[in-house]
Design a protein around this ligand. Structure first.
Ligand code: ADP
Ligand code: MG
Length: 333
């Protein structure tokens, strides 16, 4: 990496080298997924994600859960566009053939594929000299013109979140030994926070329904502050978010405020949605949350002033502890 790259981040790299204009009728680089024309009524939505051993998961990671997660992080990008999963392709590079590993990975992957209606229709398999590499490409469908874009937030929209924040970050940090002093007090939440990190459940059923009413959306893979920041940049607006309104995972209760704020604002691997919608649709959106049994929380609003302001209960700004995840800036969160 050093010597090859002299850039601030993966985002600079993508925008400098890999952002050609999209063909007419396509959505290209810059959103959670690309969008392609299909029929006058429907569009294809597609995205691809890489998972690399020692970067995204440890060598001894549970293969069933890894299979689940490899597909779930991609289904999360479809959800961020409001798309319904249709199919996927799986690229697998393995140092050797361990059939028990392959079978468990396959079972986890196909179980989630079956659950989400995302049929495995192809892929590629090869040997790797440098650990396990997993590449998943997903395809989904949206009603034409209804894909949720990062660039579509409008002034005075509400900012909403699905699910809860902070658990996956807590699990990751504890696995690295950080915050070890708090480990014992978290024992009651242990299984839950491990599940948040290793078997995320993006709201793929809710998302196509949300696409009827929401303006902009993104999935929270790199932390709320960074990912909402992408919506704000692409939509040329700002936002105020109220830290006390954020849907904190119960495991965060009782932890020091610095840990809480880091997990809530900068913690990645959430695979839930941050979306914006006009205040007139509040009742509809709350009703969708009940219909799909998904927690949906209103946490702030879109403003004209640039940038993201996180405010505490007395209206004072809250510092965002660390930037979100960037593959070229820091080790895995
Ligand atoms: P996400 O976190 O939603 O998966 P990323 O932050 O990885 O999105 O990518 C941001 C945007 O850049 C996406 O539109 C993605 O398709 C695009 N992108 C990332 N890497 C490349 C690449 N090497 N070539 C072209 N587009 C890329
Ligand atoms: Mg995404």
């Amino acid at each position: 990496m050093h010597g090859l790259l002299n850039m601030a981040s993966e985002f600079d790299l993508i925008s400098r080298y890999f952002s050609p204009p999209a063909p007419n009728g396509f959505v290209g680089v810059g959103d959670d997924c690309a969008v392609l024309p299909l029929t006058p009524d429907k569009q294809w939505v597609t995205s691809t994600d890489l998972l690399i051993q020692d970067q995204h998961f440890a060598a001894g990671a549970d293969p069933w859960k890894l299979g689940h997660k490899a597909l779930a992080v991609n289904v999360s990008d479809l959800a961020a566009m409001g798309a319904t999963p249709q199919a996927c392709l799986l690229g697998l590079a393995l140092p050797s053939i361990d059939e028990a590993w392959v079978q468990a990975f396959r079972d986890g992957f196909l179980h989630y594929a079956h659950t989400t209606g995302c049929a495995l229709i192809g892929g590629d398999t090869t040997r790797s000299a440098a650990g396990i590499h997993i590449s998943v490409t997903v395809l989904g469908l949206v009603n034409a013109g209804r894909a949720l874009r990062r660039s579509a937030a409008q002034l005075s929209d509400d900012v909403w979140l699905t699910g809860q924040l902070g658990a996956a970050h807590l699990a990751w940090q504890l696995s690295t030994g950080r915050w070890a002093a708090h480990r014992a007090s978290l024992s009651a939440h242990w299984a839950d926070i491990q599940a948040a990190l290793h078997t995320p459940l993006p709201p793929w059923q809710l998302a196509p329904a949300l696409a009827q009413w929401a303006h902009a959306a993104i999935d929270i893979s790199d932390g709320l502050a960074q990912d909402l920041g992408h919506i704000l940049t692409n939509s040329a607006c700002g936002a105020s978010v109220y830290v006390d309104a954020l849907p904190a995972h119960p495991a965060l209760a009782g932890l020091p405020v610095e840990i809480k704020h880091e997990a809530l604002l900068s913690g990645g691997e959430v695979y839930q949605l941050c979306f914006t919608a006009p205040p007139a649709h509040r009742a509809r959106i709350n009703a969708l949350g009940e219909q799909y049994q998904t927690r949906i929380t209103r946490v702030g609003e879109i403003t004209a002033a640039d940038g993201l302001r996180i405010l505490d209960g007395s209206g004072q700004p809250v510092h965002v502890p660390r930037g979100g995840f960037d593959h070229f800036a820091e080790p895995q969160p």
